[in-house]
Design a protein around this ligand. Structure first.
Ligand code: SF4
Length: 309
């Protein structure tokens, strides 16, 4: 429970540190309430690069804070819990990338989802998010695309850009992958009028039931603009707060799979840890070695350049 005293203290600490708090939709609701900006990976990555504040506090998992540091190396980037990491960010091996480059030479682009470590980004040509992946892959000059680390987002991109040969890697988000088609079918049977909105990190069987496939921000926008009065939401349930805020007064109802998809790493970013981080200035995220940082930054810059078009 956030008290007025606590909110006032957070506001004072932000002023003292010249800090801005950026929170992902998947972190706990109280953490989102204390943030200056709440968004998905793409929105936060773009914002982080433009904000004037000296300190960026990233209420999310490690790859997000790492990306912010790469794009704003002169700033102090803090995380409320430095152990909050995305398992999928590590699910690609260097040999996979090297093998694709050997096989296709100049006619392959290595495309990494933003949910990847700085090292993985440094091996890649361009970074994408779930919002811009289709658009960026379509715009690439190469015909062959190695998509890492998420096989499900890669498969979805391949279905939308059939003119490309998209090579899949074996990574996945354990939370989205665990949403089963049987759970989705049960929800659809209980709420036959509901529209199904799904994140492309879900497996193909669950995704086959979706009326709309999109990033977290696109799911929220579809629910806000949609004419249905009920929605089955296939993503992490941290997004419920933003859905309810944005659709307040509309009477719209939201249903999540019974297994309650929640991300244990995002759940680590509690309001208590956020306040401690602001008080003590702990959880600083540093830069990787210069060669890795330079190559990873180029991959992120290419996304911001292509994504802005
Ligand atoms: S929800 Fe999945 S992709 Fe997102 S941070 Fe958690 S494990 Fe990673």
């Amino acid at each position: 429970m956030l008290t007025e005293e606590l909110r006032a203290e957070v506001a004072r600490l932000k002023r003292e540190r010249d800090a801005v708090v950026l929170a992902h939709y998947y972190v706990p609701p109280e953490t989102q309430e204390l943030a200056d900006h709440v968004g998905d990976s793409f929105a936060l990555a773009r914002l982080a690069a433009t904000l004037p504040n000296r300190t960026l506090v990233f209420a999310g998992v490690r790859f997000m804070a790492e990306s912010a540091k790469l794009l704003s190396p002169e700033k102090t980037v803090l995380m409320p819990d430095v152990t909050a990491d995305c398992p999928m960010a590590h699910m690609v091996r260097r040999e996979t990338v090297d093998a694709a480059r050997r096989q296709y030479g100049d006619d392959v682009a290595v495309v990494c989802y933003v949910n990847s470590t700085a090292e993985v980004k440094s091996w890649s040509d361009v970074c994408v998010t779930s919002s811009n992946a289709v658009r960026i892959v379509r715009a690439l000059p190469q015909r062959n695309v190695l998509f890492v680390p998420d096989r499900h987002l890669g498969r979805y991109v391949a279905s939308q850009v059939p003119e490309k040969n998209v090579i899949l890697n074996d990574g996945f988000c354990p939370i989205h992958q665990a949403i089963s088609a049987a759970e989705v079918e049960a929800l659809m049977a209980q709420h036959p009028d509901a529209a199904v909105l799904a994140h492309p990190e879900c497996g193909p069987e669950a995704l086959a039931h979706a009326d709309v496939v999109g990033s977290t921000a696109e799911i929220i926008a579809a629910a806000e603009a949609g004419s249905a009065s009920a929605y089955v939401i296939l993503t992490v349930d941290g997004v419920r707060g933003e859905l309810e805020r944005r659709c307040a007064g509309s009477g719209k109802r939201f249903y999540f799979p019974a297994t309650r998809p929640s991300c244990p790493d995002m759940d680590r970013i509690t309001s208590e840890r956020l306040v401690a981080c602001l008080r003590e200035g702990t959880g600083e995220v540093g830069l990787p070695p210069e060669d890795v940082a330079a190559a990873a930054r180029a991959t992120l810059d290419r996304m911001l350049e292509l994504g802005a078009r």
